[in-house]
Design a protein around this ligand. Sequence first.
Ligand code: NAD
Length: 456
Amino acid sequence: MNVVCIGAGYVGSVTAAAFAAIGHTVTIVDVDPVKVEAIRRGESPIFEPGLQELIRAVSGSRLFAEDDYRRAEDADAVFICVGTPSGADHTADLTYVKEAALRIGERLNAGRYTVIAIKSTVPVGTSELVAAMLEEVSGLRRGREFEVVSNPEFLREGYAVADVFRPDRIVIGTASDRAEAVMRTLYEPLLAGRLDGVPGLPASAAPVTKTPVWHRTDPASSELIKYASNAFLAVKISYINEIARLCDALGANVKEVAAGMGLDERIGSKFLQASSGWSGSCFPKDTAELLATSRKYGSELKLVAAAVEANADMHLYCVRKVQARLKAMPGRRIGVLGLTFKANTDDARQTQASVILRRLAAMGCRIQAHDPQGMPMFRKMNPDLPVQYAGHPMEAVKGADALILLTDWASYLEMDWRHAAKAMRSKRPYVLDTRNALPGAKLREWGWDYEGLGIP
Ligand code: NAD
């Protein structure tokens, strides 16, 4: 099939490359010429493990990149994968989605049937809005020359390539059997688990042991599934983080508690890892949208509101832990390892690091920070934040009064922690491991005053 993906970001570039790898002819369209040029050269426009190899395998043969919407004219399916950041009133800002809809509308073709699939995370009613815009701009009719379907994306940054080939479920929101049939044909190799010989497929995506569930529903429910899922995961993380704080107070161990809880199949062991809180480019904006909309409709999601509040407090709980050790903070030098919201991504939008570093800076601390991939975006997102960016993790450690591990990049876990202890300022240097990922007993042996979250 002929496929067009609008947006070459974390969702669009992975989706487009995967559709190309399973046999479709795909054009990515982005307004950012740097991303378009990167894909044309066979390079990944973002840092995502495995994506470079996947794009290289299909670029120029089945994957193309453009800065205009021409290819939408002969597309069987057009995927909208543009950003939907938080607007001023905390609802999703649909500026990019509307712009994409306008430009697709200008290209829709009376001579064929095109399915426009919205992969961006959008509020309930957006499929309807986009369909109305397309009718207005193109003069064509939904159900005849085109259809708009909701097809939310669930991939995780850091695992996106494996996730896109092996999703748990594919959700399609549409009232149209014809549009559903187009979507099924597109996804057919994934539904059948036929990934043999797919170029650029990472080892993590094969072999196929389980095929995705096809979940067709109405557009409104489909749109809400995405928000309800993300908010549920945010609630789950906030919950285990509150338990971690209680463990600190009571002397219990949150790792043991989570392990015991996770053995109950109704609960499950995933998303029960204590941390400095959830953050990043999805959960904050998606919980904000769900809350703002639920309030607007007189149906506030109180659990989600509590999870947001508990999460903000969790970021600051980490600062309070450091302060409890160092006492007066002005002039203290704090080393920070990890600026993205989790390991294996360069995405530094709305991370917990920016909240924590901001608070430390406000308390008069001097900050020296490192991230393997996230420093350029973090610097861009936080131009006002006085941070000394380190070229190497040890530069963030050197001479620090305290060290905070914010993300569990393998390179941090494998660091020479014995040597690092000697590079710190004090004889028994303090490290706060916000991922409970380091071997605490060993670190203590090596001279560290080691502390995790919710572990004695
Ligand atoms: P992103 O910011 O990384 O990418 C969006 C891209 O769209 C950018 O490259 C931008 O230049 C481009 N763009 C903007 N307006 C355009 C236009 N009119 N025409 C063509 N290109 C345009 O965003 P993302 O992280 O990929 O997220 C996209 C959507 O998917 C969001 O709604 C997000 O909530 C959702 N989502 C994201 C993830 C994730 O892990 N990042 C997972 C699931 C769903």
